[in-house]
Ligand binder design. Structure first.
Ligand SMILES: CC(C)(COP(=O)(O)OP(=O)(O)OC[C@H]1O[C@@H](n2cnc3c(N)ncnc32)[C@H](O)[C@@H]1OP(=O)(O)O)[C@@H](O)C(=O)NCCC(=O)NCCS
Length: 167
């Protein structure tokens, strides 16, 4: 059992709302994953994945949350905390947005709210792991005061570990 508070699952920023997954997000989540360029996962499988994400949150108290634009009301991606390559005590921040939503500062805005949510759980440190080619992701993390810590080598290439101490 974790000694940390459960992360708040409803976050609001100037332009965005982050809230828990609904089954009805499956089609758009599948479209988002299709932008990775390895085919579109069946919506049925994504519905199962959403169930698994919700179940994992029950035990960990941390979550990836869908991002909705407040004015347009549309789903543009997700942002949140995951164990990933790290630990429940010092989780990773993660985000992925539709290409049409890139370049408007949304990832930085969403990740800023997730960072505050992490502070609210009592955590003292976050991590993020980024492939060396991912300039946009490095820039988001730089804007949020993450610092490069070390590099690890994986099958698919080099991964940079960045960390952020929380107040
Ligand atoms: C990473 C990602 C979430 C960024 O989303 P976003 O909403 O466009 O990010 P923001 O607008 O908040 O910030 C992006 C910053 O990177 C900069 N940037 C983007 N592409 C760049 C490039 N090729 N070279 C240099 N800077 C770049 C932008 O100019 C911006 O910085 P600025 O505010 O100083 O101008 C988005 O590109 C994405 O979903 N990528 C695919 C999934 C992914 O890589 N996730 C992260 C895995 S670690």
């Amino acid at each position: 059992m974790s000694t940390y508070e459960t992360m708040p699952f409803h976050l609001e920023t100037e332009r965005l709302i982050l809230r828990p997954w609904a089954e009805s997000d499956a089609a758009e989540f599948s479209d988002l994953l299709a932008e990775r360029g390895k085919g579109k996962p069946p919506v049925e499988r994504i519905r199962t994945s959403i169930g698994e994400l919700l179940a994992a949150t029950e035990t960990t108290g941390i979550a990836l949350l869908p991002i909705q634009r407040r004015e347009e009301g549309d789903f543009i991606g997700y942002c949140g905390l995951i164990i990933g390559r790290s630990t429940l005590e010092e989780p990773e921040i993660a985000y992925e947005l539709f290409q049409r939503a890139h370049g408007h500062g949304y990832a930085t805005e969403a990740a800023g709210a997730v960072l505050e949510a992490a502070v609210a759980t009592g955590r003292k440190r976050l991590w993020s792991t980024v492939a060396t080619w991912n300039t946009a992701s490095f820039r988001v993390l730089e804007k949020l005061a993450f610092e490069r810590d070390h590099v690890s080598m994986e099958e698919n290439g080099e991964v940079v570990w960045l960390t952020r101490t929380l107040p």
